[in-house]
Design a protein around this ligand. Structure first.
Ligand code: SF4
Length: 264
């Protein structure tokens, strides 16, 4: 799967399928519903990964390593920003160390791409990258997701990971994160939740993150309001748009531009 509508990347690469819920940000995980749909379309990779819970579809905890998907980035000759595992979490406890190392091998072999890895399990990422992999690849960005103040400790964990670029995704932002410490964090993405069950985002929560980005010189990317506008009125994602403080914020980490141009 390569095409994506995610505003901050060019392509997705899913060597892992399936996951399990870890925190409040996972409640409306789009990948669960997408996995159900792909199963209904007879896509083998996504068979048997979810179960029904009332009217909802949720992960059942089965996680599948897709060895056949490992080679995909080798066939992409043009440099891309690649979001790794939009349908799972590479550092899920059911993904073997050996498989994660195989993913690292592909990223090492394709320095013309930039890989964006986002996890809600930064403890495992930190342990594995620091103590086992022990290598900083210049084309690999490591990030964590933070949805509210209950999980800001993930940012502290991220800081312990050696990485060319560290980033935090505050999406879906469903609560305030206060004066979150963004020292040594290169990039922050902020976004509201989408979909029928979306929870509201508040402009003052975004303001706090924006101020911390200015303080720590962290690039700021405002992805979307989701399906709740800044006036706390529910509308379509398209109608809500991406404007914050009168403009669109598409900042990227400072070191990206030069390296992508060089690769081309
Ligand atoms: S960690 Fe990510 S993929 Fe896994 S359930 Fe949570 S939101 Fe979904």
């Amino acid at each position: 799967m390569a095409e994506t509508q995610i505003e901050w990347t060019d392509a997705t690469w899913n060597p892992v399928a399936g996951c399990s819920i870890v925190s409040a940000g996972c409640t409306n995980c789009y990948a669960m519903e997408m996995a159900r749909r792909l199963q209904a379309m007879n896509v083998k990779k996504y068979k048997g990964l979810t179960r029904r819970s009332g009217k909802r579809t949720i992960w059942n905890g089965i996680v599948r390593e897709d060895h056949s998907a490992l080679q995909i980035p080798l066939s992409w000759k043009k440099p891309k920003k690649i979001f790794v595992n939009s349908m799972s979490d590479l550092f899920h406890e059911e993904v073997s160390n050996a498989f994660i190392e195989a993913v690292w091998g592909i990223m090492r072999a394709t320095p013309h791409h930039h890989y964006q890895i986002l996890t809600k399990r930064p403890e495992r990422m930190s342990e594995l990258v620091r103590d086992r992999i022990g290598e900083v690849l210049p084309n690999v960005w490591l990030g964590t997701s933070v949805e509210n103040s209950a999980v800001t400790g993930r940012v502290d964990e991220l800081r312990t990971v050696p990485a060319a670029i560290r980033f935090v995704s505050f999406e879906p932002l469903i609560g305030p994160v206060g004066n979150v410490d963004l020292s040594e964090i290169d990039w922050a993405i902020v976004g509201g939740e989408s979909g029928r069950s979306a929870r509201p985002i508040r402009e003052e929560w975004i303001d706090e993150i924006y101020d911390q980005c200015s303080r720590f010189d962290t690039a700021f990317f405002f992805k979307q309001w989701g399906t709740w506008g800044k006036d706390n009125k529910r509308r379509s994602k398209k109608a809500n748009g991406r404007v914050y403080r009168g403009r669109v914020w598409d900042e990227m980490p400072a070191s990206l531009q030069g390296s992508m141009v060089e690769a081309e």
